[in-house]
Design a protein around this ligand. Structure first.
Ligand code: GLV
Length: 303
């Protein structure tokens, strides 16, 4: 039983002593594989093409929170995403920062700063401002808790519509009602066939006029041209994006120069090396004991 590790040397330097101490076998890089039959686990962002080379492979662990970049696994191979408190907390922080920046008009103040212009505008309150979070998994729930502590009125939307804490969570058929309650719309959805292109003209038209968009899901969920039109008509006031469509965003793209849009280059979170290793060790142990794998992905559902 061995875990084949396909990631950066910096990460390997943290994983190797942790696996050694746990008495687990770590093989760093495909060149170091002496017997493909001993590889039972694989950790990577995207797996190598010929997974058939590893006849005893049982689990593939994606190195991030999202697994939309992964192909469908062969029969008998489970897919797991990395579950790490650091990822969840970092994305929560980015979402809270972005929500506050848009709420308090920072795009406009950044533009004024460029011109050295000292002009104040209305100061809105969080209390009474409605925030809608699409995707009420672990990250969405953390963000909901923090934002509601800050007095925002938070509602959620998820495929299942399952209630989380005391938050009202709308399901699939409640999307329009949810959007009507989202002065600030936050997207944290995983990328699936159902969510591809979900942030489109039709959706923007259902938000309260002048809403803000905070997007930390996946770029392919966003129709950037529809977002521009919504900004031009005033349907949207401003947007903060950590993911773009396409990604990376070309340096000539209109969104870079648009003062209503603030972009960060997919940096909301990264996986802490030690937390990733602890998660992988927990997966290895669970699979040895035939227990539920932490972070297991339902490959039909796509997350
Ligand atoms: C980053 O986007 C991740 O999936 O971890």
């Amino acid at each position: 039983m061995a875990l084949l590790f396909l990631s950066t040397p910096e990460r390997a330097a943290v994983w190797a002593p942790m696996f050694k101490e746990a008495g687990e076998h770590l093989v760093v890089g495909e060149d170091a594989v002496s017997d493909p039959a001993e590889i039972t686990h694989l950790m990577c962002w995207v797996p190598p093409k010929d997974l058939q080379r590893y006849p005893n492979l049982k689990v593939v662990i994606g190195s991030g929170a999202g697994v939309d970049q992964m192909p469908r696994m062969p029969d008998g191979v489970a897919l797991v995403r990395t579950v790490a408190p650091g990822i969840e907390e970092m994305v929560r922080d980015w979402v809270v920062m972005s929500t506050l920046m848009l709420h308090r008009g920072m795009p406009q103040y950044l533009k004024q700063a460029d011109a050295g212009q000292w002009t104040g505008h209305d100061v809105p309150r969080a209390r009474g401002t409605r925030v809608g979070i699409m995707g009420m998994g672990r990250i969405g729930t953390l963000a909901a808790r923090t934002l509601s502590q800050m007095e925002f009125d938070v509602v959620g939307w998820s495929r299942s519509g399952r209630a989380v804490d005391d938050f009202v969570v709308y399901g699939n058929d409640g999307l329009d009602d949810f959007l009507a309650l989202s002065d600030i719309l936050i997207c944290l959805l995983p990328l699936t066939d159902e969510t591809r292109g979900i942030l489109n003209a039709d959706l923007f038209a259902k938000l309260p006029h002048g809403a803000h968009l905070v997007h930390a899901g996946r770029g392919a969920q966003l129709d950037m041209d529809a977002m521009k039109q919504a900004l031009d008509t005033g349907a949207l006031t401003s947007a903060m994006l950590d993911v773009t469509n396409p990604e990376p965003l070309p340096d000539t793209h209109w969104a870079w120069g648009d003062p209503r849009v603030v972009i960060t280059p997919h940096i909301a979170a990264n996986t802490d090396h030690a937390e990733g290793a602890r998660h992988a060790l927990a997966v290895v142990r669970a699979s040895r004991e035939n227990a539920d794998l932490p972070g297991r992905v339902d490959q039909d559902r796509g997350y």
